[in-house]
Design a protein around this ligand. Structure first.
Ligand code: SD4
Length: 338
């Protein structure tokens, strides 16, 4: 462990990350739990909750929570919450109408994990279908496969009854034309980000819900990375990278430079640390620190929650990015800047 860490855990951590991690390592879970003030929500049987990343979190949570409070399933809550963000006309970093690739096309990555069976469905580089998380759900529910990619994912979606439409709108078209006119190569051809982060923008939606029956579901959806090389698949649909969950532990979702983050499976790492009793904010910080310790300069964040309602997050390189997650319970919606 080095002292010059850049990882910023949730502001609800009252001690520095290095000290917190040291306390955990030295004295075990009870010291770590006492040493930090992590948010805990009212949870337990019959008390569902939903967590969503970024500024669209409250709107997404409200729709998902409507389902949960009527006794609905967390999988429906996650799908509805993420569909809401995927279909927002002004959201550039999720769904249609944003983040064109090198040739001006928007493509989508998404994943969903259902806690009770540990079944996962994912799509990578999905083209011409708007509701990527819903296609991922169909991969999970209708097939034995875990991930389907590219034009074949589109063909699968059409077989499942989804409409094929262009994902380009005026904004993504203009963004691509402006970039193209500059004659630049894609940032993806630059050297690995050991000096500075190459990823432009952020905002991937990640949603975690536990329903009244205690069933965990997690999902995420993104259009990835601006001016990416066609065919690029990011971290979001990769289990353990963009999201992960374990019905008996909790879940984590990631956002940020997926090309770097997926190399470390940070959501798997976070959940496994929570399994050992580490609080979510320290677990997320440790998973991110694993990446910065290897010298990567990247912007990225993780939000995590245990099935019994402890939640927290961490980020690196995003002091001014406004990364937050929001949690909705029977007590209402609260936003947690990180
Ligand atoms: C990706 N992780 O495809 C996504 C982008 C993202 O916040 O999360 N932005 O690399």
């Amino acid at each position: 462990m080095t002292d010059d860490i850049e990882v910023k855990p949730s502001r609800r951590t009252l001690i520095a990350t290095a000290a917190g991690l040291a306390a955990f390592g030295a004295a075990g879970r009870s010291v770590a739990r006492d040493a930090v003030s992590e948010p805990v929500m009212r949870s337990g049987p019959g008390q569902p909750f939903i967590l969503t990343t970024w500024d669209f979190g409250p709107g997404a949570n409200a729709l998902g929570y409507d389902i949960l409070k009527q006794g609905g399933s967390s999988i429906d809550a996650v799908e509805v919450a993420i569909n809401h963000v995927e279909l927002l006309p002004d959201e550039y970093w999720v769904g249609y109408g944003g983040v064109p690739n090198e040739v001006g096309e928007t493509t989508l990555d998404a994943m969903i994990l259902w806690g009770p069976t540990h079944d996962i469905g994912a799509v990578g580089c999905l083209k011409r279908v708007k509701k990527a998380i819903s296609v991922a759900r169909r991969v999970m529910e209708e097939t034995q496969h875990t991930m389907i990619v590219g034009d074949d994912a589109t063909r699968f979606a059409v077989r499942m009854g989804f409409e094929e439409v262009s994902l380009t709108n005026l904004r993504s078209q203009e963004a691509w034309e402006t970039w193209k006119a500059k004659g630049e190569r894609s940032d993806a051809f630059k050297p690995e980000p050991f000096v500075e982060d190459n990823l432009r923008g952020h905002d991937t939606v990640g949603t975690i819900a536990v329903d009244a029956d205690g069933n965990l579901c997690v999902g995420c959806s993104t259009n990835g990375r601006e001016f990416k090389i066609p065919g690029r698949v990011g971290d979001s649909p990769v289990p353990g990278a963009g999201a992960y969950g374990d019905q008996s532990v909790g879940s984590a979702v990631a956002t940020g430079n997926g090309d770097v983050m997926m190399r470390f499976l940070p959501c798997y790492h976070t959940v496994e640390l929570m399994r050992q009793g580490m609080p979510p904010d320290l677990a997320a910080a440790a998973a991110i620190k694993r990446i910065t310790d290897r010298g990567y300069k990247f912007g990225g964040g993780i939000a995590a929650v245990t099935v019994d309602g402890h939640h927290g997050g961490a980020q690196a390189g995003w002091d001014d990015a406004g990364f937050s997650y929001s949690v909705q319970t029977a007590d209402g919606n609260s936003k947690f800047p990180i």
